[in-house]
Design a protein around this ligand. Structure first.
Ligand code: HEC
Length: 510
């Protein structure tokens, strides 16, 4: 009998591959932390940093728990239903590799063999903003409860402008849980800073900030120029959520705005609205309930982004549009988490024809089985704006449809947007070990992590090729002195494996 067990063990070992595989060391998993975690987990953020071996080994039990429960990386939209830009996801392979590394004692190995850590600039958008608004020094008032404060900031715009992009930069990121932005076109709102500003005033919500969130950028190139109109004299209202226990700590958050130049023509307006609302929620203690909302889509629309909203009793939701048997999926969240809500930008504009019905359904679990139930024991919960009430409040950013919209690849346009400086870096972080000097005026040295056949190019952020080179060594030196000053994209591809890498490089001639 003993023998049989042994054979079985060996057999399952081979199938799972784990027990026979060479054990992972930090150098084998560092790239997973860098590509899947450190956008949020770096220094001075709300999440603890995972930028080196020492930092990743600290919360080992937590690591495993968060990974196996799919809590981290936090991404609640169901990727089998619809896909969005900037998804915080991890592949099964990467997750298994991490779990394997953790289960085998988080071996350090030679940590100097790990790929270089990515760098996170203070600002994600390039160029100089047209307007920077700040909350001013604010001392958090969140002692035993979370605090919500609304800062009403005058833009002092003397003429209407069209918003092309904005970025919210917390002054003290570890204590800023999230920020929601509304435009107050009339400019009449005032700040509400007593910690209970649950209803953010203003007329149009345009998005916000959450840890790891990218800046909001509207496509600004020939075949799709879009933006949100901001009226002269308008204010921006920032609702900032400071978590309990942060009282006394100081924050000064800024919003950095980029406008289209005055007089730019052909910019299509982006509208924000909340067509799906239900204010008759009534969820008795110890029950579960489903509530819905619907609205007729009056004309052809192109949906840019979606922002479904509920509080802590809600556990799942779905939005779609339909007519007869045709259904257009919008968003499905199977494990709604108040803490991880956000604006989700579609990869392509989603056409919803006139006459279709927009539909929302939210499921509420007001029992002790809901670990996020704010009341213990549960109490009757009704619709309301306080976080202990409930909401069904699903909003969208959208454009008036134009033929061909559904074919526009918004993700591709934004990938080449000069404000975002082109490309995602570190597509294969372990392909290149070093590029320097950067900025450079003359020579650019590229060190690969191994010898292979490489194809190298330097192009403008609009994609115009400036220089190509080849090497079959692990090193190459490019002469860039004839390329004019500017921001460029260095791309390298391992011709044998197909792996590629891209990095921003700056050329400056004084
Ligand atoms: C979108 C941002 C984001 C991404 C991406 C992300 N995290 Fe997190 N993570 C957070 C935040 C924020 C917290 C703090 C949670 C809180 O305070 O509620 C956190 C907390 C954690 C914790 C708990 C830490 C502690 O001290 O208890 C672990 C462990 C963790 N994350 C692991 C990971 C791993 C592993 C990845 C990548 C595979 C990852 N996270 C990706 C935002 C992120």
């Amino acid at each position: 009998m003993k023998k049989l067990y042994f054979i079985l063990f060996l057999f399952t070992g081979i199938i799972s591959g784990n027990s026979l595989k060479a054990q992972f060391e930090y150098k084998d998993v560092a790239h997973i932390f860098y590509s899947r975690c450190t956008s949020c987990h770096h220094e001075n953020q709300h999440a603890p940093p995972f930028m080196n071996y020492y930092q990743t080994t600290l919360p080992s039990y937590a690591l495993l728990g968060n990974l196996t429960s799919n809590t981290m990386p936090p991404w609640t939209p169901d990727t089998t239903y619809t896909r969005f830009q900037h998804e915080h996801i991890i592949t099964d392979q990467e997750k298994n590799d991490l779990i394997n590394w953790i289960n085998h004692g988080e071996l350090a190995g030679d940590t100097t063999l790990a790929p270089p850590a990515p760098t996170y600039p203070q600002y994600q958008l390039y160029g100089t903003p047209d307007l920077i608004l700040r909350t001013g020094t604010f001392v958090s008032n969140a002692s035993t409860d979370d605090a919500y404060n609304c800062f009403s900031l005058a833009t002092n715009l003397t003429q209407d402008r069209i918003l092309r992009a904005y970025e919210i930069v917390p002054g003290n990121a570890p204590i800023v849980h999230h920020v929601v932005v509304n435009i107050d076109s009339m400019g009449t709102t005032t700040s509400s800073l007593n910690g209970s500003c649950y209803t953010i005033t203003g007329d149009v919500g345009i998005g916000g900030y959450a840890p790891g969130a990218p800046p909001t950028v509207f496509p600004g190139q020939a075949h799709l120029k879009a933006g949100i109109r901001m009226k002269a004299g308008c204010k921006l209202v920032l609702q900032i959520h400071y978590p309990a226990g942060t009282a006394g700590q100081i924050d000064s958050t800024q919003i950095r705005l980029y406008f289209y130049p005055v007089g730019t023509t052909g910019v299509r307006p982006v509208y924000a609205s909340v067509p799906l609302q239900n204010w008759s929620l009534n969820i008795p203690a110890n029950t579960t309930r489903t509530f819905t909302a619907n609205a007729t889509n009056l004309f052809n629309t192109s949906v840019f982004a979606t922002f479904p909203h509920s509080h802590k009793i809600c556990t799942s939701l779905i939005n779609y549009a339909y007519q007869n048997t045709d259904t257009i999926p919008l968003i499905k969240i199977n494990n709604w988490r108040f803490d991880w809500q956000g604006y989700y930008t579609f990869r392509n504009l989603v056409k919803i024809p006139a006459g279709y019905t927009l539909y929302s359904s939210h499921f509420y679990d007001n029992t002790v089985g809901n670990p996020y139930n704010p009341n213990s024991p549960p109490i009757n919960v009704f619709a309301g704006t306080s976080t202990t009430d409930e909401m069904l409040f699903d909003s969208f950013l959208w454009l008036v449809y134009q033929p061909g919209d559904e074919l526009i690849d918004v993700a591709a346009i934004l990938a080449n947007d000069p404000l975002l400086a082109g490309v995602n870096e570190n597509t294969t972080p372990n392909l290149i070990s070093n590029v320097y000097p950067n900025p450079t005026s003359d020579k650019l040295n590229i060190y690969f992590s191994k010898k292979s056949d490489y194809k190298i190019s330097i192009s403008t952020i609009e994609g115009k090729n400036m220089l190509t080179a080849k090497t079959n060594e692990d090193y190459s030196q490019l002469d860039v002195k004839n390329i004019s000053s500017g921001l460029y994209i260095l791309q390298a591809q391992d011709i044998k494996s197909g792996e590629s890498f891209s990095k921003k490089v700056i050329i400056t001639h004084k």
